[in-house]
Design a protein around this ligand. Structure first.
Ligand code: SF4
Ligand code: SF4
Ligand code: SF4
Length: 206
């Protein structure tokens, strides 16, 4: 067994303890955790998966594979204020898959089935372009693989889904293993107050 796996086992136990605090408690956890402390966060403008212009390439999954926590501390987060609620969301559907009997792509994009699609209001089957849906990510399933993020960005989507380090799951390594591996230098240290502001913009429910 590799050193990395051993380290993952150890920090995985710590992280499981942190999970008990609950996903919704991230802001409180951060506030308790530090006065002036710094935390790690993904800069969406640099990450391959959300960076504009980075198209025609495979989604980068290093946030999943490099984090020392067993199920990475990075999650996909949908900013509802930016989401177009598209009928055929390229982050939800594999839009290259065969069309089914309802006229929808037959496969989903997420390998962990972590995204749910709920209609908003009454669905009019005669007017599919004017039906709208809410896309909600189940963070207990998501492991931050980045596939949905890559396909949400322009030109296919509106770029409402981003990767975020969840601080109630992160064990705040002195040197984040993802930041070392990231080819774009996209995992950065922020002050807690900046991270909290960042969180408010991107995590508020509708
Ligand atoms: S390693 Fe860097 S480029 Fe890759 S998904 Fe993570 S933040 Fe994005
Ligand atoms: S990041 Fe990967 S696991 Fe998470 S919701 Fe998106 S496609 Fe699914
Ligand atoms: S600091 Fe980086 S590698 Fe360590 S747990 Fe947090 S996200 Fe994972």
């Amino acid at each position: 067994m590799s050193d990395k796996v051993n380290r993952r086992d150890l920090v995985g136990q710590l992280a499981r303890g942190a999970v008990i605090l609950g996903f919704g408690g991230a802001a409180g956890y951060l506030a308790q955790k530090a006065n002036g402390q710094i935390v790690w966060q993904v800069d969406g403008a640099k990450c391959i998966n959300s960076r504009l212009g980075e198209v025609g390439v495979e989604a980068c999954s290093l946030c999943t594979t490099e984090c020392v926590v067993l199920q990475s501390a990075v999650r996909a987060v949908n900013d509802f204020s930016k989401c177009g609620r598209c009928s055929i969301c390229p982050a939800y559907f594999n839009i290259k898959s065969a069309v089914d009997s309802n006229g929808l792509p037959s496969e989903k994009r997420c390998p962990r089935d972590a995204i749910t699609r709920k209609p908003i209001g009454v669905v009019d089957p005669q007017d599919p372009a004017n039906n709208y849906y809410e896309y909600v990510i189940d963070e207990e399933k998501c492991d931050g693989c980045g596939k949905c993020v890559m396909d949400c960005k322009e030109p296919m989507g509106l770029g409402s889904i981003r990767l975020k380090v969840r601080h109630n799951l992160c064990v705040a390594c002195n040197r984040c293993a993802i930041s070392t591996a990231c080819p774009k230098g996209a995992v950065e240290r922020l002050t807690v107050s900046k991270a909290l502001n960042f969180g408010r913009t991107n995590e508020a429910p509708r």
